[in-house]
Write a protein that binds this ligand. Structure first.
Ligand SMILES: *Cc1c(COP(=O)(O)O)cnc(C)c1O
Length: 347
């Protein structure tokens, strides 16, 4: 018997078993065509349907309207670092970037090659261990766009509060957290993401661009580099990454079948949410909340039945407080950890 493997690779990364089995089933004979999925024409009616369904599902899952174009492009998210300023940074304008790590830096480098670029906030001073405040970012009518990286795959930080900026389009590199939670995706004029983290197999990058913003794009750049080219041809200007787009479609169908992003968010959200900020957390008193006060009551009742007492949080914080003073036997802490794992699984 082979042992079960849990794949924590950062990308290319885990794809659900359901999706993988479907790929296996359809691989050699796609939908009764007698042809492997990797050998059907990108102009065939079968592929046109896959392409259209994937784009439609992308909008549906993110809650975006038909005023957005969904493009399936080659070249990876890294190519978008250059295409974004090529398309949207006009000569008289300035592009505004937030530097939250290695991926942001690569995006900034490309923008500097193309036009005026400023870094409005950065966490470089502490090796990117935090998200800098985004409240005081100054943009004006001369700003081409504000570029953010929603999740910093290398440094393990994620933006939770997006800036409220109305005079400047926000563009977001969401490569490693797209479709992981519910939020107002329409606050962005453009979102892009390499598929290989949350959306499917490597080889395709999804670029989602609001139509009114797309219309402002520059014309005097090579045809293949214009987002407009790919929008006008529904990503079929040239041969697209057929197999990767097919996997994106299956992954989006799988997300939808689970209940969409509200369910995805529940799966991804921490069941036990610490109340203290991570870099100030106590070794002695561990304070956390659960999703509701009812659930916290249930936790405390069941914990008492197992012999864990004194876990109720202080009234000024609520939730649970675990006090791990010197004399508490290690076994007690280990048993509580087991109980918490079981409680989480059952609830
Ligand atoms: C992985 C990653 C990229 C690079 O993606 P490629 O498709 O390999 O070019 C860019 N941005 C973020 C946030 C990433 O996680």
């Amino acid at each position: 018997m082979s042992k079960e493997i849990y794949n924590f690779n950062p990308g290319p990364s885990v794809i659900s078993d359901e999706v993988l089995r479907k790929i296996k089933d359809e691989f050699l004979d796609y939908d009764g065509t007698g042809l492997p999925i990797v050998s059907i024409s990108h102009r065939s009616k079968e592929f046109i349907e896959i392409n259209e369904t994937a784009a439609k599902l992308m909008k549906e899952v993110l809650g975006l309207g038909d005023n957005y174009h969904v493009l399936f492009l080659g070249g990876g998210a890294s190519t978008q670092f250059a295409l974004v300023p090529m398309n949207f940074l006009h000569e008289t304008q300035t592009a505004v970037y937030v530097d939250t790590g290695a991926w942001s830096q690569k995006a900034i480098l490309e923008s500097k090659n193309i036009g005026q670029t400023i870094v409005a906030a950065s966490s470089e001073d502490k090796n990117y261990c935090y998200i800098p405040s985004l409240d005081n970012i100054k943009t004006d009518k001369n700003s081409a766009y504000l570029h953010l990286t929603s999740n910093n795959t290398i440094f393990g930080t994620q933006i939770h509060d997006y800036p409220k900026i109305s005079d400047t389009p926000i563009i977001c590199d969401m490569s490693s957290d797209i479709a992981s939670r519910q939020m107002d995706y329409s606050q962005f004029k453009m979102i892009y993401a390499g598929a290989q983290k949350n959306l499917g197999a490597a080889g395709v990058t999804v670029a989602i661009i609001r139509d009114d913003f797309l219309q402002t794009a520059r014309e005097n750049i090579p045809v293949m580099f214009k987002y407009k080219t790919h929008a006008e041809k529904n990503s079929l200007y040239n041969t697209p990454p057929v197999f990767s787009i097919y996997t994106v479609k299956l992954v989006l169908e799988w997300i939808k079948s689970l209940g969409g992003l509200s369910e995805m968010e529940k799966i991804n959200e921490n069941f036990y949410k610490g109340t203290a900020e991570t870099d100030s957390r106590s070794w002695m008193n561990i304070t956390f909340r659960l999703a509701s006060e009812d659930l916290e009551k249930k936790f405390l009742t069941e914990a008492t039945e197992y012999g864990f007492v004194g876990l109720k949080g202080h009234r000024s914080v609520g939730g649970i407080r675990v006090s791990l003073y010197n004399a508490l036997p290690l076994l007690g802490a280990e048993k509580l950890a087991d109980f918490m794992t079981t409680f989480k699984r059952n609830n």
